[in-house]
Design a protein around this ligand. Structure first.
Ligand SMILES: C[S@@+](CC[C@H](N)C(=O)[O-])C[C@H]1O[C@@H](n2cnc3c(N)ncnc32)[C@H](O)[C@@H]1O
Length: 381
């Protein structure tokens, strides 16, 4: 095996593990193993950098480097203190620890990360007489600490700030969907940019921007200047810039047939601003309108809906609204494929069309179904 090939874990959302495995395989990742909301893989530097430059489904990548069993806090500290941290960074670099703890023995993630920080600093002090500083805002190195029961896993976080933060969104008007959820749904629909795509209830425009970025081969991560992996001792300097520039050259500007429809004036304004911040033209892609009066000109395409699900809506309102969605699709979208993300079983039933797929996903903490309704002649209920 080449020297610079390492074992990594890429994290994603529930339901997208297989898609992420396929995506990073195309970038050169090897020995893919799908896990719950994660994919284990091996990769060299170029593949790691490409994942950061072009993955639409990865939230972050970590590189596990040490595992041990800890019976109690003292044991944890002692074992962490003898680990050779100086192999990962130097005393003049800053660091941060992200901890996740699922354990009866270790109950407070903040407290246990303080213990780890002490162990690291004490190790450096013993060796050099000096200690590295913590920087929570913009650290050089990010360590990921994961404790399940008494099993401790330490990893280097390659990514730092999550890749789902695409950086152009003002969230003040609606509860927007996570960008990775939008990217994963888009992949599940198997939409190709030569086919029309409509997000009929576009809210802040998350799906719309994702579709436009995909069609034009753009990636939001390109605006980032720093990733923690750049501080790792053997990072080939300049690799991020050269790979990013290579992918930038492949961006094309032909206007795909993509449209977001939003009824609410304020929400439309915020989607408009988000598109502008994302470098996209709202005039081409956004319309303030009622989806129920929108009739497509094209004979086929993908129509996606993430309709409102407000717990305050009465049962009758939910049934009527989702029933209207079914009726409108039936009457005006013959030949299209409809995909609807629904977080409410009553709403799902009220659509009144026959679904051929119901994929379980999580919209934030809400267990939802992504339902596929092919609207071809003869496919209606
Ligand atoms: C759950 S939100 C969509 C959130 C969106 N996926 C995002 O990431 O921001 C539902 C949106 O549907 C819009 N909406 C409700 N009824 C509509 C209609 N008849 N036509 C168009 N949009 C509608 C609401 O104003 C709201 O912004």
């Amino acid at each position: 095996m080449e020297d610079n090939v390492r074992q990594y874990v890429a994290k994603t959302l529930y339901g997208f593990e297989h898609l992420l495995g396929k995506e990073i395989t195309q970038m050169g990742a090897k020995q893919i193993e799908e896990r719950n909301r994660a994919v284990n893989f091996k990769a060299d530097w170029k593949t790691l950098v490409d994942i950061h430059a072009t993955s639409r489904l990865a939230i972050r990548v970590i590189q596990p480097f040490h595992k041990f069993q800890a019976r109690h806090e003292r044991d944890f500290y002692n074992q962490a203190r003898v680990y050779p941290w100086e192999n990962h960074f130097s005393v003049d670099q800053t660091f941060k620890i992200d901890a996740r703890v699922f354990s009866d023995t270790f109950t407070h993630s903040k407290y246990i990360s303080l213990k780890l920080k002490d162990a690291i600093c004490d190790r450096f002090r013993d060796l050099t007489g000096d200690r590295p500083n913590i920087n929570v805002q913009d650290p050089d190195i990010v360590f990921s600490l994961d404790i399940r029961d008494q099993q401790v896993q330490l990893a280097l976080d390659a990514t730092g700030e999550s890749l789902h933060r695409r950086g152009f969104r003002d969230d003040s008007h609606v509860a927007p969907m996570n960008e990775i959820l939008a990217a994963g749904i888009l992949a599940k629909t198997e939409w190709k940019p030569d086919l029309p795509f409509i997000d009929g209830m576009t809210g802040s425009g998350t799906m719309l921007i994702e579709a436009l970025y995909r069609a034009t081969k753009q990636h939001a991560s390109w605006s980032r200047k720093r990733f923690p992996f750049m501080q790792w001792p053997d990072y080939p300097k300049g690799l991020w810039e050269s790979q990013r520039d290579y992918y930038k050259e492949q961006v094309h500007n032909h206007y795909p047939e993509i449209l977001g429809v939003e009824i609410d004036r304020e929400t439309y304004r915020s989607a408009y601003d988000n598109l502008v911040r994302a470098g996209l033209s709202p005039f081409h892609y956004l319309k303030q309108d009622d989806f129920f009066s929108y009739k497509p000109k094209q004979k086929a395409g993908i129509v996606f809906l993430n309709p409102p699900y407000d717990k305050r809506l009465s049962l009758e309102d939910v049934q009527e609204f989702y029933g209207n969605i079914g009726d409108h699709l039936k009457q005006h979208f013959t030949g299209w494929d409809a995909w609807i993300l629904v977080g409410n079983p009553v709403a799902a039933k009220s659509i009144g069309l026959r679904s051929t797929k119901r994929l379980k996903l999580f919209n934030g903490s809400i267990e939802s179904r992504l339902m596929h309704f092919p609207l071809y002649e003869g496919s209606k209920k």
